[in-house]
Write a protein of this length. Sequence first.
Length: 439
Amino acid sequence: MELTADYLRKCETLAAAVSQAKARGQRIGLRKSTSNLFRPRSQAGKYLVDVRDFNRVLAIDPQRMTADVEGMITYETLVDETLRYGLLPAVVPQLKTITVGGAVSGLGIESSSFKFGLVHETVEEMEILLGDGRLVTCSCRENPDLFFGFPNSYGTLGYALRLTIRLIPAKPYVRVTHTGFTDPDSCFARIAERCAESALDYLDGTIFSAQEMYLTEGEFVQNAASISDYTYMDIYYKSIQRKSEDWLTAKDYIWRWDTDWFWCSKHFHVQRPGIRRLFKWALNSRTYQRIMRLSHSLLPDSGGTESVIQDVDIPIVSAPEFFDFLMSEIGITPVWMCPFKTRDSGRGWDLSPLQPSQLYVNFGFWDVIPTTHEKGHFNRKIERKTIELGGAKGLYSTAWYDETEFWNIYDKPRYTQLKQTYDPQDVFPDLYSKCVRRH
Ligand SMILES: Cc1cc2nc3c(=O)[nH]c(=O)nc-3n(C[C@H](O)[C@H](O)[C@H](O)COP(=O)(O)OP(=O)(O)OC[C@H]3O[C@@H](n4cnc5c(N)ncnc54)[C@H](O)[C@@H]3O)c2cc1C
């Protein structure tokens, strides 16, 4: 595709600034307007690459069903644009402020991932800004080492400034059905069965307790019997226990978890009707993130609790065992379940520890646990159990691995090779030191 003059001009400015920073021997960090990181982000002494302007759709091709986008476009903006064409990105992470570049540089998923895989598996091409100011295009044909090495690199090889991603046709509404289960075995058996079903468009689940869990199936429909609205007084996650069938607009389905940050908005008391009524404008992940960041900087950790914010991917065969562990030893509820199936890229994704063509269940749990144990007690337990069950966890939050353990999970020789080729002077930190900080 032909790139716009605006995009090329912005790239030129950025590339020049980055190569000057490199000449000064400065390390590089990102300046963004939003973030969904839950681990400390140290920017001290770094030259901050201002990418806030890389937030646009460059082109949508309804025939090929692709979108060419700038790397820091939020999914909120992107979904608004694609829906004008009756299309949606094949995989849309559940929070409005997640950006396409951020989702690829982590391992983004959502409730269509049982069908389309992870976010990076829906990418056709990327343009990466390297630490010396060079721009490199990569795809499975052009610079394939960078294309297959970039997912899960968390900005330690370069920054994705432009991506071409696949779209799917949407319909105006999504009909959802919530099916309750009282035991995990039948719930996971049903997941395996439904993931083989191509007629289904979306599938995720919610665990309320060891004896109460639901699977939510979503299907695009042209018409709706009635339309629910979970953007204000009604709370989506509570509706799951109340209703067996429901209809949302396609857009509201995509953002159903954003209004209450799944259920984490409870920490801001906005699930109380009296307070909620006054704060319609605040009911979104952008506001919660801002408040959280501010409260962390104003209120230092007072001890007595451990923050457990994790997304853990477990092969479906071991999901019942992880479920039991989670309920008996961690005790956080609700828990989000998102089945996803990796695809076989033919050569693997270098920094992804996930096996190809395998069905996983992502367990997302985000809360604080009162504790008298040493720091990191619960997070370490989760990491050990995940390793034991052949799973992996997202690196967007705190990690406690020691270096040997970490590089047993992630492919050190491949990573070293990628670093030598694309960041030989270590302008960016290395993956272990970036994602695993001593707490
Ligand atoms: C409550 C909660 C729910 C979540 N739900 C989901 C979910 O449903 N689906 C899902 O996929 N994820 C989910 N996440 C995780 C989220 O996708 C990751 O945190 C993701 O990396 C955030 O992307 P971001 O765009 O906000 O990037 P940031 O938070 O700004 O950055 C994340 C990391 O990526 C790097 N990075 C950012 N942009 C780029 C770029 N363009 N090129 C290279 N590196 C870059 C940054 O340097 C940083 O290391 C959830 C997290 C939480 C806390």
